[in-house]
Write a protein that binds this ligand. Structure first.
Ligand SMILES: Nc1ncnc2c1ncn2[C@@H]1O[C@H](COP(=O)(O)OP(=O)(O)O)[C@@H](O)[C@H]1O
Ligand SMILES: Cc1ncsc1CCOP(=O)(O)O
Ligand SMILES: [Mg+2]
Length: 538
């Protein structure tokens, strides 16, 4: 009998014998998985005759006992009782939890599939005698569930369910994330799935096809085991921690390295920003390419120092944006994300939420309306792409920027009269079960300001072109330099250039030209007095 309070949920194999590769059996796959680090097994064999199901269950149970790993039976409470399994897992449409518990008794493990906050509240109301753990999902679409009833929730959706577990004090209940989890997304989702209080992350992940459909199930399991145990998600090929303190001398070094490396800045952006963005990149010693040609994305992402600026102002097709994101994430190259008009329309909200669910961004930048919306702190709906009345008090904007940085494990930038920068990367580290290395309020945040420069907010693509500036400095990074410092340098450079240009222009028309002049001069020149914007802790 297992002490169900001591179950290790970290790597949960859910079986499916419909996807076995030739030459393997259900038992051989389970055995290879048990040998290489699976910590819990669920026998889930839909549409199998009871007799055959029981035959498999007895064999698998024997294997699990050899490795001291609990065996959970999916759906079939009768089979679980018949073989004295260690527990049972039921879905929302299966036998009610109260009946399951009555049949299996208090010591067996009872698991429940959960996808909505009200289902979490329901389990919380049952108390500890109800559900012992929940399968949260589906995180992403998966072919092991026919006609999924729910749209994929992504790591953000799981985090919301973790929030509900926290707010409903279901402290006893453990959690596993399930649905479309594979090596290319597991580190990312493990680093992003966390309650907003920073205290609870998932206790593990459930996988199906990566093991069951693999002709090398043992090797596949070991790879998953290593990803989970690494507790580290280094999503770009330079450091995401920030050992050095920021200084003008450091900024000069970052500018020099950008000039030296002349990063390729791949823009997928809105039509308004095209020309302006390309010229800003050139002024900053970088090499712009504006391309929505999907068939060249992988090739572009492999160019040394390639960086993607994903700006959804006039949205390109979702498939195109997603494939670009996947290419740069796979290449370990940074993506700067500008979700223009994030909540202005349901189309934009859905598109940007999809991108946030499927990709990792090095930097997410937006105006006050966009950042407040991303942090679920926007009282109203954005009107168009402009920030709206961003008279919101600075402390709210700082809080929102920290939340965005925390949720998406990136450096977040909120623009306005005062720009806010927050580093939620937590040095790429994550923890199972016990939340995040940092909670939102502990996220380091900075202010960059240079007084009121109204003209900066009155030209279009000025925010977009800050995105280009950030992409240039981030793209130029060498291996031992830090993401945060590159973003801080970009924001201070751009704000200072805006100040300089505003003192030279005759109005918003000439401001844009003067801005490029100022960027060009400041980037090439040695005049520290141009760097008027101040950086301070927020
Ligand atoms: N009133 C202002 N004073 C100083 N800088 C500003 C002001 N308004 C905007 N900016 C700067 O202009 C750029 C665009 O900011 P914002 O208008 O918030 O973004 P967007 O163009 O995406 O709506 C940012 O670099 C920001 O720092
Ligand atoms: C006007 C407009 N419409 C779609 S994108 C865009 C430009 C937005 O640029 P920015 O975010 O820099 O103001
Ligand atoms: Mg903008």
């Amino acid at each position: 009998m297992f002490d169900k309070t001591k179950v290790d949920y970290s790597l949960y194999l859910v079986t499916d014998s419909t996807m076995l590769p030739p030459g393997t059996t259900l038992e051989s796959q389970v055995y290879a998985a048990l040998q290489n680090g699976v910590t819990l097994v669920q026998l889930r064999e839909k549409d199998t005759d009871t007799k055959i199901f029981i035959q498999h269950a007895v064999k698998v149970q024997k294997l699990c006992r050899e490795f001291k790993v609990p065996l959970i039976i999916n759906d079939r409470v009768d089979v679980a009782l018949a073989i004295d399994a260690d527990g049972v897992h039921v879905g929302q449409g299966d036998m009610p939890i109260s009946m399951v518990r009555k049949l299996v008794g208090p010591d067996k493990i009872v698991g429940w599939s959960v996808g909505y906050e009200h289902e979490v509240q329901e389990l919380a109301a049952m108390g500890p005698q109800g559900v012992d753990y929940v399968g949260l999902g589906m995180v992403f679409p998966t072919n092991t569930k026919k006609n999924p009833k729910k749209s994929p929730m992504g790591p953000r959706g799981v985090s919301k369910l973790l929030d509900t577990l926290q707010t409903s004090n279901a402290t006893w209940c453990r959690t596993v994330a399930i649905g479309g989890l594979h090596p290319d997304n597991i580190p990312r989702v493990l680093s992003q799935m966390c309650s907003n209080d920073g205290k609870r992350s998932v206790d593990g992940i459930a996988v199906v096809s990566d093991i069951m459909a693999s002709s090398e199930a043992g090797k596949a399991t070991k790879r998953l085991r290593n990803l989970i145990d690494s507790k580290n998600y280094q999503y770009v090929d330079f450091v995401v921690n920030n050992p050095e303190s920021h200084s003008p001398a450091l900024e000069k070094e970052y500018i020099q390295v950008t000039t030296l490396n002349s990063p390729l800045i791949h823009h997928i952006t809105n039509k308004v920003h095209y020309n302006f963005g390309a010229n800003v990149a050139l002024a900053l010693g970088s090499s712009p390419i504006m391309s929505e040609i999907e068939s060249e994305f992988v090739e572009l992402s492999q160019v040394p120092h390639a960086t993607l600026l994903l700006n959804t102002g006039s949205v390109a097709p979702l498939e195109s944006l997603t494939s670009a994101m996947r290419a740069y994430n796979s290449a370990g190259r940074p993506i700067v994300f500008d979700p223009v008009g994030f909540s202005a329309t349901s189309v934009r909200l859905q598109l940007n939420s999809h991108l946030l669910a499927y990709g990792q961004f090095a930097c997410i930048k937006g105006n006050a309306g966009e950042i407040l919306s991303l942090a679920d702190l926007n009282t109203g709906k954005m009107r168009g792409v402009d920030s709206g009345d961003n008279g919101s008090n600075l402390s709210l904007l700082v809080e929102a920027t920290k939340i965005v940085a925390f949720r998406y494990r990136c450096v977040a930038v909120c623009t306005g009269k005062i720009d806010v920068v927050a580093d939620g990367t937590c040095e790429g580290k994550f923890k199972l079960s016990s939340g995040s290395p940092l909670i939102p309020s502990q996220i380091p945040a900075y202010k960059v300001e240079c007084g009121d420069i109204p003209v900066m907010g009155r030209i279009t693509a000025s925010g977009c072109s800050l995105g280009t500036t950030i992409a240039c400095l981030v793209g130029g990074l060498s291996k031992d330099q830090s993401l945060l410092s590159a973003v801080l340098t970009a924001v201070r450079l751009y704000k200072s250039a805006g100040y300089l240009a505003s003192s030279r222009c005759e109005g918003s028309g000439s401001f844009q030209v003067r801005l490029i002049d100022a960027l060009d001069q400041m980037f090439q020149g040695e005049d520290p007095q141009y760097w008027k914007a101040t950086l301070s802790s927020a």
